[in-house]
Design a protein around this ligand. Structure first.
Ligand code: ZN
Ligand code: ZN
Length: 455
């Protein structure tokens, strides 16, 4: 149904480089070994025994633009895919823009992202989608896809022109930032979906239960005297919308799951054969409401950080596939917007630049999941939006992330690519650093610590 290219933008110069003796890990193709990898004209053209490939012309540094020596230690992974970011454009460029947001993504190893429509104005019309895609084609350093609004102005009252938006390249639709409160409205959207396709991505929250709360409702909110949001504000809506999707044979994707009861609701829906998928954010996998005790406003997000039992259920859901993928919900806010009392601060944390290292440190190094599963889940979002899964294969456009798993760094110590610094992991020591990202065949990021051999 969609006639426009689903993703737009990214750097245009095809990469030519030789990655010598890197440990290639691609869980889907089953590669887990040291190789020399040659990228020519933006495509992976050779995977060979380590140390066997020479620069073009036979001498180091001749031919290829760059020669990277992995010394058998650096890992080459398929570039990550983030189905949930806020690029704040148009209208809130003081928080983020297409350039800074995609630079942040590339610095985190992401080869493509999907942007949310809660901008100013809201992305809910074909002319706006067209102009935003034109801007993205010029200004982004990795490809970007867009999810326009399900309802006009995110007001929940009238559907957007879903069919027209699909023809202009909408990957699907979401009212993210807000739930589709009316079951009847979501049902109508599911009926239109039958005609025009496109996944409906859902921010699940019953506003009559969340009631403007600032954090998870529990012992910590009681101790801090903050108004709480109960987990049922999310889980009852997940269950409702899964049932609606099942009834209409529609396709829905649950955004940022935050609690055990929601994981159960998704597992139940999948067991019934309903066409649902789900994502989880690094902060919900790694932090709990205990981290809110310091009243750091970067710990204030929607949905809120819940309990340790919820966190463990999310990790188990990610491990067993109930949760399909990781998404950052990268939500930049300006410093002056976050430097206010906790109750008044806007919801959200940035997350693109820390996602991999934070999850590697908190889940892989602790033995909760293994690296290949993390890579699978950090690339799993593409397929959910009917896009090709990033993979390391010959003659495919290079979508690659080079990481140093031994590098230990303090999040934010050298600033951020993002225009905003409201990162819930800021100041933490984390392990695993993205050294280079190649997105759709072009080098999108080089870490300043990456030493190149030759030139
Ligand atoms: Zn949301
Ligand atoms: Zn969001």
């Amino acid at each position: 149904m969609s006639t426009a290219e689903p993703l737009v933008g990214g750097r245009k110069t095809p990469a030519d480089l030789l990655l010598r003796d890197v440990h290639v890990l691609d869980p889907r193709t089953g590669i887990d070994a040291r190789h020399d990898v040659r990228v020519l004209d933006g495509k992976v053209v050779e995977l060979a025994e380590p140390g066997s490939l020479q620069g073009a012309g036979g001498g180091e540094g001749t031919g290829e633009d760059e020669l990277v020596d992995g010394a058998g230690r650096l890992r080459l992974l398929p570039a990550f895919f983030d189905p949930h970011v806020h690029l704040r454009t148009p209208g809130q460029e003081h928080k983020e823009d297409l350039d800074s947001g995609t630079r942040a993504a590339a610095a985190g190893g992401f080869g493509a992202v999907i942007a949310m429509p809660n901008t100013d104005p809201v992305l809910d019309s074909a002319p706006l989608l067209r102009s935003l895609r034109d801007a993205a084609a010029r200004e982004t350093c990795i490809p970007v896809g867009f999810l326009p609004a399900i309802t006009r102005g995110l007001a929940g009252e009238q559907l957007s022109e879903m069919a027209e938006l699909r023809r202009e390249g909408a990957l699907g639709f979401t009212d993210d930032g807000k739930p589709v409160t009316s079951a009847g409205m979501l049902r109508k959207a599911l009926q239109y979906q039958r005609l025009c396709g496109g996944v409906l991505a859902l921010h699940e929250e019953d506003p009559t239960l969340s009631r403007g709360g600032s954090m998870h409702e529990g012992a910590v909110s009681a101790a801090l005297g903050l108004s709480g949001i109960p987990t049922i504000a999310e889980s009852t809506m997940v269950a409702r919308d899964a049932a609606l999707a099942g009834y209409e044979d529609g396709r829905v994707h649950f955004q940022h799951l935050s609690c055990a009861a929601s994981v159960d609701a998704v597992a139940d829906a999948k067991a019934r054969g309903w066409r649902v998928s789900a994502e989880v954010c690094p902060h919900h996998l790694l932090l709990t409401d205990e981290d809110v005790r310091g009243m750091n406003t970067s710990m204030k997000m929607h949905p809120p950080l819940a309990t340790e039992a919820d966190r463990m259920a999310l990790i188990e859901g990610l491990r067993n596939g109930t949760i399909d993928c990781v998404a950052t919900d990268h939500a930049p806010h300006a410093r002056n917007e976050k430097e206010v009392p906790f109750e008044q601060a806007p919801m959200g944390s940035t997350g693109l630049e820390t996602a991999f290292a934070a999850l590697y440190t908190g889940l892989v190094l602790t033995g909760l999941i293994d690296l290949s599963l993390l890579v699978e889940r950090m690339t799993g979002g593409a397929k959910l939006f009917e896009l090709p899964t990033p993979t390391i294969a010959l003659d495919a456009p290079a979508n690659l992330t080079l990481v140093d798993l031994d590098a230990i760094w303090v999040a934010g110590e050298h600033g951020w690519e993002s225009r905003s610094e409201n990162c819930c992991f800021a100041g933490r020591e984390i392990q695993g650093r993205v050294l280079m990202t190649i997105a759709a065949g072009a080098i999108a990021h080089r870490d300043r610590t990456l030493s190149l051999v030759g030139a």
